[in-house]
Design a protein around this ligand. Structure first.
Ligand SMILES: [Zn+2]
Length: 353
């Protein structure tokens, strides 16, 4: 069956070293060369889905050499196709049903928010829950105008920092913390690094997000994404806010402030244990949908016990929605919060409820 497939490859990516670097670590990486197949790390379910059981195994390097020997010119493959392949879909974007359904690109995960719980949560609430195909990625440089082409929805749950020189300590590693923070020994010793964070969003990335939404795309922003608002003016203009901080994880109530909106329809107030985020909100108060309130009266700095929990508005030809909860999978899966996320995606995509 595989031999009957047309010539289609993701090897086009090898012409662009930065994609190649990613793909080497993406499973499954599958390379199909005419009637010859080469596969790297292709999972059994993937082989089954392709209807083939006799794939030859080559290294990616060998497959590339083989193509060169066959004088095959790798076609250009879009970043979207590369991401789709990484997400485990079939590879040919023209023939793949899954790829043709892709609508949302998500940038998730940072030092303080591992991408795994976010991926699991969003795949259930938005992916499986709504039938939206999500291409989720934790590589900030993938957020470009080129990547966003072809997507209808952008989702971001991550902060504005990256740590290319490593961390100053392992305090965000739960297993190390649970072990009682044992002394960290390394022999030979680790080379010293600055271990300082950097703002990752480049001006062209902020512009890309702004143009994407202005031109009819929509954006679902979650939780600590307000932190990016501190780092880029265009991004802040789209999001409508910038991060102001949060107290330690505690219980608070998420209250629906505007019950007359498609996003909050049928949603009751709910209680969660999470980071209660505070922010400086820039837009018209009429767009506010939710607020968060610590009902024990616990405040944060001089900002009181209540903060904003979410808002939504039209932006250019597109739409924007933000919700502040999201530090843990338990909050992302609160049934009322799932309703909010799903209502929001329907509203952002202009789908009937
Ligand atoms: Zn958080």
């Amino acid at each position: 069956m595989l031999q009957d497939k047309p010539f289609y490859v993701i090897l086009g990516a090898v012409r662009q070293p930065w994609i190649r670097r990613r793909l080497v670590f993406i499973r499954p990486l599958l390379v199909l060369v005419g009637k010859t197949t080469a596969e790297v790390g292709c999972s059994y379910p993937m082989r089954t889905r392709l209807g083939c059981g006799k794939l030859k195994y080559f290294s990616a390097k060998h497959a590339i050499k083989m193509m060169a020997a066959m004088k095959l010119s790798p076609p250009v493959v879009s970043r979207r196709a590369a991401i789709t392949a990484g997400a485990g879909f079939m590879i040919n974007p023209k023939t793949s049903r899954a790829a043709s359904e892709v609508k949302a690109f998500g940038l998730i995960g940072d030092r303080f928010h591992n991408s795994d719980y976010i991926r699991i949560a969003l795949n259930r609430s938005i992916g499986n829950g709504l039938g939206v195909s999500l291409d989720l990625c934790d590589e900030t440089k993938m957020l470009t105008a080129d990547t966003l082409k072809g997507y209808k929805l952008l989702v971001i749950l991550r902060d504005g920092q990256s740590w290319p020189d490593g961390y100053p300590d392992e305090s965000t590693n739960a297993a190390w913390d649970n072990a009682g923070k044992p002394a960290i020994v390394s022999d030979p010793p680790l080379p010293p690094t600055s271990a300082k964070p950097r703002f990752w969003m480049k001006p062209e990335q902020g512009e890309a997000v702004r143009h994407f939404v202005e031109n009819g795309g929509s954006a679902l922003f979650l939780h600590n994404v307000t932190h990016i608002g501190l780092t880029d003016a265009n991004f802040r203009h789209v999001l409508g806010a910038a991060y102001a901080g949060h107290p330690v994880i505690r219980k608070f109530k998420v209250k629906v402030r505007n019950t007359d909106h498609p996003i909050t329809r049928g949603v009751r107030d709910f209680v969660v244990t999470d980071e209660q985020h505070y922010m400086d909100y820039d837009k018209d108060p009429k767009h506010i949908l939710l607020e968060t309130a610590n009902e024990d009266g616990l405040t944060f700095r001089d900002r009181g016990a209540t903060s904003l929990g979410g808002w939504a508005y039209d932006y250019g030809n597109g739409r924007v929605c933000y919700f502040s909860p999201g530090h843990m999978i338990s909050v992302l899966w609160n049934p009322e919060y799932i309703k909010l996320q799903q209502n929001a995606v329907r509203w952002l995509l202009r789908q009937a409820a």
